[in-house]
Design a protein around this ligand. Sequence first.
Ligand code: ASP
Length: 321
Amino acid sequence: MKRRYFIRNASLGGLGIATASPFMDYLNLSKMSNFLPVCIATWNFPNASLMAGKMLEAGALALDAVEQGVMVEEADIRNTTVGRGGAPDREGNVTLDACIMNPQGDAGAVVYLKNNTHAVSVARKVMEETPHVILAGEGADQFAQEQGFEKEDLLTQASEKAYKEWLKTKEYKPIINIENHDTIGMLCIDHKGDIAGACTSSGLSYKMNGRVGDSPIVGAGLFLDNEVGGAVATGMGEAILKSVGSFLIVELMRQGISPQEACETAILRIIKQNPNYKDFQAAFIAINKKGEVGSYCIQKGFSYMEYRAGENKNVASKFYF
Ligand code: ASP
C-alpha cells in the first residue's frame, strides 16, 4: 500500500497536480475506481465482502481474504443457496460445489460435497494438499474428514420444510435471479497487487441428483491470471459451463479489453448460444490488475458487492434486457 501510495503520489506530482497533504492525497486516491486493495463479490452479500475487505486492509493475502469472505455466507443459514442451509436436490440431499484459485494459478475444487459447510476450505485443501484439482462426491467427503473437517448435517429445519413443500408439486423451473440469489463468487486483490478468487454454491434448488453447475469448474465459474485479472460467474450454470465464460473474460482482458466490455462479450455469447435466454439469469463480474471492475448480466436484478477504501457498496449491474 505504502509503495503504491508513493508511486501514485509521485506520478501526480509529475503531472503537476498540487496536493495539500499526504492525508488528503490518501483520501483522494482512495476514491479512484482502481484503488487497491479491493474485493468484489456476486450478489448482495455485504457481510462477506466486508470480512474480506477488512482483512485485505489489515494486510491479509488475497487467498486468505477470499476464503474467509465466502465462508461468511457458507455459514449463514439465512441464505438457502450457499453452504449449510442450502436448498437440497430433488432427493433431499444438500450437495455443495466450490473452487478456489491462488495468484500462482493453482486451483482446487470439490463437487457434490455432502457433509461440510465450508466447501471452499475443502477445495483449498485439495489445491494445497493433493496433486489434483477436483475431488467429487464420496471421495471429497472422505478427503474432508481425513483433513479434520467434522461431519455436519447441512439440511436445516427451514430448508427441509421448504423441500417438503416443494415435493407437493415438484415444479422444476431452473430460473436464477434475485428471488433465489445464489452462488457467491469473490475476487480480491491484496496490498501486494496479487489476485485470488473463490466460488461456492449449493447450486440449483431441487436439482437432479448428481447435477454439477459451473461454480466449481475452473474457467466457467471462476478464472484468474495474476498477470491479467479475474472473473466469476453466477446464474444458470449450464449456460455458463457451455461458454467457459470466466476464462473467456480473462483472455479478453489479456488483449487489453476492459472488464466491462469483456463481461458484455461473454453474456452476448451466452445469449447467442441459448435461444431460451429470456428464461434465465447469467451474470459475470470481473476485475483487471489495475483494479478496474466490470459486470454484466442477462436480465435486471443482479448486483454485486465492491469493498474499496473502507467503503462496502452494492452496485447494480448493467443488464441486457
Ligand atoms: N451457477 C450456480 C449453478 O448453476 C447457481 C447460481 O449461481 O445461481 O449451480
